[in-house]
Design a protein around this ligand. Structure first.
Ligand SMILES: [Ca+2]
Ligand SMILES: [Ca+2]
Length: 442
């Protein structure tokens, strides 16, 4: 059938227009490129020492697992930043995405809980599951957030995207395995706007509902690692409203490989003072080929290449894109809000992140200030940009044992064994070494 015949045919014509509109307005999470199919199974929670499997001369080596694969932590200078602060659970980051594995060992303690939906009701039933809207916010049993794609409290991640983003922002990294997020202490509010299994869902409307919920429930930051080419006045209005409540809106610049100054990408490019638009860089600080850029529209660049983070079912893996970069900015903003009360103003916070970013010539003509995110500088530098923190760190001689995992390199084993310790003191670790060595000699 020729095109002329199609547009003369009323049913086909309506279908064609409708389908084109659907393609345009369809909101989906930034499509991640899976750099590696390899995912690493989560370590067991309990410490297990399988001594009988070890033979030969063993050398003990303390390694920091979260740094093993994390070029991004080095790039934004996280290690030094954590000496200043590791964040605070009073800071709420609403992550609007695909749901989450709320039981992931690295995330479970940092998932936000709605104080109005916990404890017992007047009949002695748990408010979490009594099928009553105890805090009268319009949502029944919204303990950790809400699923706006299904309109219920099922927050499971059928996609993997949210769990990955959440880990970058706030994986706890205290169980000597897995990953540590930018802000190891934070409260992550789970707002699900997208489910790949539900077709024809109005993702844009779900998005605006998520933003309204985050605003109502007192989030400090909204992380939106998604977007589209269609402008939406309602969406703009609700983000402006969030700004009035001093909520910082961190948005992905998008993975369209285009100049956002010409081809606007929303919500990143709404002209609102509480939005920061984030593009992605590789370890050489070059903007990724797939990422959007814009001299006037894109604010800052952050790591987005082959980022290692949490995945559903207690797993870990790599993803690439401006979604990941966005999460790094949300993490640093969360640390900054936790550390200094005067950064509760989003405009001021954005300005500070840009002022304390690291200059990168590669970004010339591609972002507003040609800077990449730097968490240590953001925390350590005052607004003048010169005064840095002195020796605020105490007990530097003592290692933080929660950072470490123990690898035993054995000649008889193809891969080093990883041990996990529940003990949180170095003395206990030393005792374990000692007992292991004495048993080995015997
Ligand atoms: Ca409720
Ligand atoms: Ca309830």
């Amino acid at each position: 059938m020729k095109f002329v015949q199609i547009i003369k045919h009323p049913v086909l014509f309506v279908f064609l227009i409708g389908f084109s509109y659907f393609l345009l307005v369809e909101r989906k999470p930034e499509v991640p490129s899976w750099q590696s199919k390899k995912t690493i199974q989560g370590y067991p929670r309990k410490n297990v020492i399988k001594e009988n499997k070890i033979s030969g001369t063993n050398k003990f080596k303390l390694v920091q697992p979260e740094f093993n694969e994390s070029w991004s932590s080095k790039n934004i200078d996280s290690k030094r930043a954590w000496r200043i602060t590791k964040g605070d659970r009073k800071i709420i980051v609403a992550v609007i995405d695909t749901g989450v594995d709320i039981y992931h060992p690295d995330l479970v303690n940092n998932i936000w809980t709605n104080p109005g939906e916990v404890g017992l009701d007047k009949n002695g039933n748990s408010k979490e599951s009594n099928k009553v809207d105890d805090d009268q916010n319009g949502f029944i049993d919204d303990v950790h957030g809400w699923n706006f794609s299904m309109n219920n409290n099922d927050l499971s991640d059928g996609h993997g995207h949210w769990t990955h983003i959440a880990g970058i922002i706030g994986a706890e990294g205290r169980n000597n395995s897995g990953v540590r997020g930018v802000s190891p202490k934070v409260s992550l509010m789970v707002l699900k706007y997208y489910d790949p299994k539900i077709r024809g869902l109005d993702n844009l409307r779900s998005t605006t509902d998520c933003i309204k919920y985050a605003t109502k429930m007192g989030a400090n930051i909204i992380n939106y690692s998604s977007g589209g080419l269609v402008k939406d006045e309602i969406e703009k209005m609700v983000i402006r409203e969030a700004g009035r409540k001093k909520i910082l809106f961190v948005a992905a610049a998008g993975n369209e490989h285009s100049d956002s100054d010409i081809f606007k990408y929303y919500p990143a490019d709404y002209d609102l003072p509480n939005i920061i638009s984030v593009t992605a860089i590789d370890p050489q600080r070059n903007i990724l080929k797939t990422s959007n850029f814009g001299k006037h529209t894109v604010d800052i660049a952050a790591p987005g290449f082959n980022i290692y983070s949490t995945l559903p079912f207690g797993k870990y893996g790599h993803m690439t894109g401006t979604s990941q970069a966005t999460a790094f900015v949300s993490g640093v903003a969360s640390l900054l809000m936790a550390h200094r009360e005067n950064y509760s103003n989003p405009q001021r916070l954005i300005e500070h992140l840009l002022n304390t970013g690291e200059k990168a010539g590669q970004l010339k003509g591609k972002t507003r200030r040609q800077v990449t995110l730097n968490t240590y500088r953001a925390l350590a530098m005052f607004e003048s940009g010169v005064g840095a923190y002195g020796n605020t760190v105490q007990n530097t001689s003592k290692l933080d044992p929660s950072l470490f995992t123990l690898n035993i390199n054995s000649g008889d084993l193809r891969a080093p064994l990883s041990f996990e310790f529940e003990e949180d003191r170095l003395e206990n670790l030393a005792k374990l070494f000692k007992s292991f060595n004495s048993k080995k000699k015997a």
